[in-house]
Design a protein around this ligand. Structure first.
Ligand SMILES: Cc1cc2nc3c(=O)[nH]c(=O)nc-3n(C[C@H](O)[C@H](O)[C@H](O)COP(=O)(O)OP(=O)(O)OC[C@H]3O[C@@H](n4cnc5c(N)ncnc54)[C@H](O)[C@@H]3O)c2cc1C
Length: 385
């Protein structure tokens, strides 16, 4: 059993419920097992599979199945239990759980010592016509199939594909689609609609310049400062930011990448304990995209932060259950972020946000980061910090 500083076990087998088996939940699971191999863990998640969501845009090249790991396989690998259910606790429920030390799922009473909520964040939604899709659709149907079903491959006149949202997710999908159309020799005109003046506007200008130059190489039309407000038949309705001028364009299929909903966020203290009315719930922790840590650490909606928060919350739960109750503050800073631009290109930052890297070096960093997470899924934790 590995050594965890400031943790002296009280030799009680802990019962842990993890709500959500995504990146933060899996990172916590592996961490618990590392320091307490006989821990009793139940993962509550409405899906039957853990989804390696950071690869979702690659389903234009690879089967969706490649990025799904059945929870039944994780049960066998890690000796945990998966309960297929959705729990969407509000603050009052969390306070109730803290008092009761049990929760009810599918009519079953689950007793626990600690709960860790890692339910991620939901995809922002708009009303959709039948030829409009969003991230949730790609979680059910591979990108290649979704486009092939909708586009007429024999058509010689142009079909239009509109990608809405030029943030990290929208851009990763945009480039995969551009390459997919080329590989499949589909006559399709691709365009990006984005509400801001440059793509990837949450990053430094170097990111935008690199990505926009590649978009131009691939003949992708870019409509900056433009809002999408609906689709009817094969027309998309848009509005220019600032002037309010409304117009429409032909669009055979539209793909919405509007970001995440931030309504179910749990505010925690610096150790990951959920705060309700400014007091920490001692046995209820949160990590990943659904959490906001009141600390100096990175609160970005990234897999890196989710993994680091999940690991920290698990370590702190163990310490809290031990003799000292001396917890560790969350101080992790993201070391970089890479956005893929199709199968052979990427742009990202490394060490400092202004340190922009493009092309093969960026792609290699991304591969390394993904490989590190794949190892974690086998139970091997190579994250140094
Ligand atoms: C296409 C794409 C590419 C990305 N690429 C990168 C990247 O390259 N690098 C990076 O750092 N980040 C990337 N991200 C962001 C990253 O994936 C997220 O920040 C990360 O997955 C957050 O981890 P999480 O555990 O908080 O949530 P998730 O991984 O989303 O997991 C949440 C889990 O909770 C479950 N759940 C949801 N609601 C409930 C409920 N009510 N009850 C129980 N369970 C529930 C879900 O089924 C899911 O299994 C990408 C995201 C997308 C969509």
């Amino acid at each position: 059993m590995a050594f965890l500083p400031f943790y002296i076990s009280r030799h009680k087998q802990l019962k842990i419920v993890i709500v959500g088996g995504g990146y933060a939940g899996i990172a916590a699971l592996v961490t618990f097992l590392r320091y307490m191999p006989d821990v009793d863990i139940t993962i509550v998640d409405p899906r039957s599979h853990h989804l390696k969501i950071t690869h979702l845009h690659e389903t234009f090249r690879y089967p969706l199945q490649d990025f799904l790991i059945p929870f039944s396989a994780l049960e066998r690998r890690f000796g945990c239990r998966h309960v297929c259910a959705m729990l969407s606790p509000q603050e009052e429920t969390l306070r109730q759980w803290q008092n009761d030390k049990f929760l009810v799922v599918n009519g079953e009473i689950l007793e626990f010592d600690y709960v860790l909520v890692t339910s991620g964040s939901a995809v922002a939604k708009m009303d959709k016509a039948e030829n409009v899709f969003d991230l949730d659709d790609f979680m059910a149907i591979p990108g290649s199939k979704l486009l092939s079903n909708r586009l007429d491959t024999s058509k010689k006149d142009e079909q239009f594909i509109s990608v809405i949202g030029g943030g990290a997710t929208g851009i990763q999908f945009l480039f995969e689609i551009a390459h997919f159309l080329r590989r499949q020799k589909i006559e399709g005109k691709l365009r990006l609609i984005h509400g801001m003046d440059r793509v990837l506007n949450q990053f430094t200008a170097g990111f935008s310049a690199y990505a926009e130059a590649r978009m131009s190489d691939l003949d992708i039309d870019f409509h900056p400062n433009t809002y999408y407000y609906g689709q009817e038949g094969d027309s998309i309705f848009l509005e220019t930011n600032g002037t309010g001028q409304k117009f429409s364009l032909p669009s055979t299929i539209s793909l919405l990448f509007l970001g995440k909903k931030t309504e179910t966020l749990f505010f925690t203290n610096v150790f990951g304990q959920v705060m309700v009315e400014r007091k920490p719930l001692q046995n209820i922790f949160a990590a990943g995209d659904c959490s906001v840590y009141q600390s100096l650490g990175s609160d970005t909606l990234t897999a890196q932060s989710a993994v680091r928060k999940g690991k920290l919350a698990a370590r702190n739960i163990l310490r809290h259950s031990g003799s000292f109750k001396l917890l560790e503050p969350y101080l992790h800073r993201d070391l970089g972020y890479v956005i893929s631009l199709g199968p052979a290109d990427a742009v990202g930052w490394l060490a400092l946000e202004g340190n922009v890297v493009g092309g093969m070096p960026a792609l290699m960093i991304k591969e390394l980061v993904e490989a590190q997470y794949d190892l974690l899924l086998t139970g091997i934790d190579t994250y140094l910090i």
